[in-house]
Design a protein around this ligand. Structure first.
Ligand SMILES: [Zn+2]
Ligand SMILES: [Zn+2]
Length: 221
């Protein structure tokens, strides 16, 4: 007597061998499918590790990015041939308690001459007892120049950027006040900030160290 498989009509000598065949070849379909389904559910798609790497990379970029410009303003590079403590040592050298310097800024904004008094007026700098700004680098009402006074500060304390910062005047190598970037004059030309001291161009205006009798021309054009 032969036993026929219900699914493929193949014949077997015994019921047992037919059943074995039937289970192996046909009825196994459902459990096998379930198995592959559960494997598919657990399987991590190929792009997940890629996404994780991208997210970590973006997070690292966002966290690290602000520190770059910050470093640039808080720690300017030491000029060639100067000692490592150039920005932190007492300047001028020694501790002259009678230090009293004056530096004279003037302005040319998109071709228009402006005095320091006009700039102070534009910004609305408030004078208290006739003075504005920190003592180390202050201005007196009606006088278009900076006073740099003792105690002798570091060079970092008496840079041009810090002088303007003390008066809330927006200033960086990128521009001054609303004159910023490459199109601050709106004249279809590439604009930029140019600073010169006694007629000599300054490479890094932000970090120009103020000194006595300097005539500083701040030109944005
Ligand atoms: Zn003075
Ligand atoms: Zn003074």
């Amino acid at each position: 007597m032969s036993h026929k498989c219900d699914s493929c009509e193949k014949e077997f000598d015994t019921y047992e061998s037919m059943k074995q065949h039937s289970e192996a070849a046909h009825s196994g379909g459902q459990p096998a499918t379930q198995g592959s389904q559960s494997r598919a559910a657990i399987k991590i798609p190929w792009y997940v590790p890629v996404l994780v790497v991208i997210i970590i990379a973006i997070a690292a970029f966002v966290i690290l990015k602000p520190s770059t410009p910050q470093q640039a303003t808080t720690a300017p590079s030491v000029p060639e041939g100067q000692p490592a403590n150039y920005w932190t040592e007492s300047f001028p050298f020694g501790t002259n308690p009678n230090l009293h310097w004056h530096a004279y800024p003037s302005f040319k904004l998109c071709g228009e001459d402006k005095t320091f008094l006009q700039i102070l007026n534009m910004v609305g700098v408030k004078f208290v007892n006739g003075m504005a700004g920190p003592h180390v680098m202050h201005v007196h009402e009606g006088e278009p120049w900076f006073h740099i006074e003792s105690p002798p500060p570091t060079r970092k304390a008496i840079t041009l950027a810090n002088a303007f910062k003390g008066l809330n005047i927006k200033f960086s190598n990128n521009g001054i006040l609303n004159y910023q970037g490459t199109s601050g004059c709106n004249n279809n030309q590439t604009n930029s900030l140019k600073v010169s001291v006694d007629g000599k161009p300054v490479e890094d205006p932000e970090n120009l160290v103020l000194q006595d009798k300097q005539k500083i021309l701040i030109d944005y054009s």
